[in-house]
Ligand binder design. Structure first.
Ligand code: B12
Ligand code: SF4
Ligand code: SF4
Length: 360
């Protein structure tokens, strides 16, 4: 055996363990800095495309490269968990009585599910490396919330490529992968990056209801419905309200139209992400009745709980205003007196929209 051989065997066993823990994609890349990646982040931030997500800027110096976050990191183990839906995510688009929740948020909170599996895999790696004579190995795990550039790292590790909608697309799992990483002090041989397979397709850009792509591979978050409904506090600017349609948490449109999804099998999705019946097709009339306690009870264990009752009801009011459903008028009218000024204003707007639709 050469020196590299035991590390290659460990890598192969690591990938098998990752699969056992529910990851459908696994690859490794170097933790060394990449100038182009850091520059693209800086340019995006300098143009203000992150909007009010000040946390993107606050730790940008650590986000630029794994070694800026943790100097001892040598390799990045990039992992993907599938949440491929069994049903068409756009099926409820024209159903005014119901709200649409993006696919990733219809089941259990992926932060909990992915983090748990990452921690189990990291523990396995430390134990196995010790047993196999690699000495003490350092590991850190991340998903979503840490200052890590997950998509470019995943692409560099060969999980897929960043499509024109900017998310990572996989030839096997389409646009439906959630990402996580393990930074480690072990120096694994890197995998080959996946090349771009978008070709002349521009389906995602054409599908975007708010024209949020100033150019292919570039997203202006300030125009994205995912940002507006999840990250943005306050009254959503009037210019976007109609385009929200009945989307009440996130948006899937650019992901859902990607032709590579035809290879994604719902059977590969982690079962924890199976939609909860009440979140797959939620009735606006019921959601508009939620108070704080009701909101917390309904969204316990769901990523939606993070945005709180007021922001969620605000979104439901815009959907009600766009619904053309006269029966929602009295439910909406009750929210005019809501103590939250943003909710109260959204109710006024929705009433006017409903009145215009029916000349009440
Ligand atoms: C901030 C953020 C958002 C923001 C901004 C999104 C964005 N595109 O940056 C908002 C709130 C809008 C958002 C929305 C969503 N998000 Co989000 N989000 C993040 C977060 C926290 C950081 C992303 C980031 O670094 N953005 C900064 C920009 C600069 O990075 P970038 O998009 O990679 O930019 C690259 C390109 O612009 C490229 N580039 C620039 N110019 C050019 C020119 C050319 C020619 C080329 C080729 C490339 C290129 O270089 C840049 C650097 O690589 C990550 C988690 C993480 N820690 O990474 C999750 C993450 C990206 N989100 C995720 C998801 C699932 C979503 C939603 C689908 C949720 C939903 N259904 O509503 C939507 C999708 C919207 C979309 N089309 O991107 C997943 C994506 C998984 C995947 N398969 O890629 C992630 C990775 C979370 C996770 N752990 O799984 N998100
Ligand atoms: S998530 Fe929706 S609003 Fe955001 S870029 Fe994609 S299609 Fe546009
Ligand atoms: S829809 Fe087309 S352009 Fe967009 S990511 Fe998929 S293949 Fe690429």
């Amino acid at each position: 055996m050469t020196d590299a051989a035991p590390l290659m065997t460990l890598k192969a066993d690591l990938f098998a363990e990752a699969q056992r823990l529910g990851f459908v994609a696994c690859g490794i890349t170097t933790a060394a800095p990449d100038g182009a990646r850091a520059e693209a982040l800086d340019a995006w931030l300098a143009e203000g495309m992150h909007g009010t997500m000040g946390w993107m800027e606050a730790r940008a110096h650590q986000r630029r490269s794994p070694q800026d976050l943790w100097g001892e990191a040598q390799s990045v183990i990039a992992l993907g968990m599938s949440y491929a839906p069994a049903h068409d995510p756009l099926a409820l688009a024209e159903v005014g009585t119901h709200g649409r929740i993006s696919v990733y948020a219809q089941g259990a909170d992926y932060h909990d599910i992915v983090k748990k599996a990452l921690k189990a895999l990291a523990r396995w790696l430390v134990a196995e490396a010790g047993k196999r004579g690699f000495g003490e190995v350092g590991v850190k795990v991340f998903t979503d919330t840490a200052p890590v550039m997950e998509k470019p790292l995943g692409a560099q590790a060969g999980l897929g490529w960043q499509g024109k909608h900017t998310n990572l697309v996989s030839r096997q799992h389409g646009s439906w992968l959630l990402l996580g990483e393990i930074y480690t002090t072990l120096s694994f041989a890197p995998d080959v990056p996946e090349r771009d397979h978008c070709g002349s397709c521009h389906a995602c850009q054409s599908a975007c209801p708010t024209d949020a792509f100033p150019a292919p591979y570039r997203l202006d978050a300030r125009r994205c419905i995912s940002y507006l409904t999840i990250e943005y506090a306050g009254a959503i600017p009037l210019e976007f309200r109609k385009a929200l349609g009945n989307r009440i948490y996130g948006c899937d449109d650019c992901l859902a139209v990607c032709p590579w999804n035809k290879f994604a099998e719902a059977a590969h999705a982690n079962r924890a992400f199976l939609p909860r019946a009440e979140l797959a097709a939620p009735r606006l009339a019921e959601l508009l009745e939620l108070d704080d306690a009701g909101f917390r009870a309904l969204f316990s264990g769901s990523p939606i709980k993070r945005i709180g009752r007021n922001r969620f009801v605000r979104n439901c009011l815009y959907a009600a205003g766009n619904s053309g459903v006269a029966e929602l008028y009295p439910v909406v009218a009750r929210l005019r007196g809501d103590p939250d000024p943003v909710v109260a204003e959204a109710a006024e707007w929705a009433l006017e929209e409903l009145a215009n639709a029916f000349v009440i």
